[in-house]
Design a protein around this ligand. Structure first.
Ligand code: DQA
Length: 149
């Protein structure tokens, strides 16, 4: 069984730390990646941590994860609210999927309240800041280990 977790990040998350810090905080995506790698290693998992501003690239990575991964953590950013194509790609993956949002999307503008990703996610973490990624990795590790026993 795979011990690889994909962490996928959508558009504008490359600007984390610089973009709207009152909402998204001061940590950069590189900082988040360091923390995720440390945790994954502690839990005995390898990590692919990826970001793209292009929907097609994210879909291609989901297809790759479908073949290789134990689970997917996804912050699809704005594509969360728009992309049936990302939903369809995730539907093709038979593995745990955890949706993460740094901000609490339900406390924000109404157009952020609907998520296509939630329809296929095992769980959704929103509003816990970048710590949400850590909880998501922990959950996938737990589900994967439970499935092995
Ligand atoms: C986000 C929330 C989305 O609504 C937004 O478009 C983002 C980031 C978050 O992590 O809080 O880019 O996914």
């Amino acid at each position: 069984m795979s011990s690889l977790i994909y962490v996928l990040n959508g558009p504008n998350l490359n600007l984390l730390g610089k973009r709207e810090p009152a909402i998204y905080g001061h940590e950069t995506l590189a900082d988040v990646e360091v923390d995720c790698r440390r945790l994954a290693e502690e839990l005995g998992f390898d990590l692919r941590f990826l970001q793209s501003n292009a929907e097609s690239q994210i879909i291609d990575w989901i297809h790759e994860a479908r073949e290789k991964a134990a689970g997917i953590v996804i912050n699809a950013a704005a594509f969360t609210h728009t992309s049936v194509a990302i939903l369809d790609a995730l539907k093709a993956c038979e593995m745990p999927i955890v949706e993460v949002h740094i901000s609490n999307i339900h406390k924000r503008e109404p157009f952020r309240h609907h998520s296509y990703v939630s329809a296929v996610a095992n769980g959704v973490i929103a509003g816990l800041g970048t710590q949400g990624y850590q909880f998501a990795i922990q959950h996938i590790a737990r589900l994967t280990k439970a499935a092995r026993h």
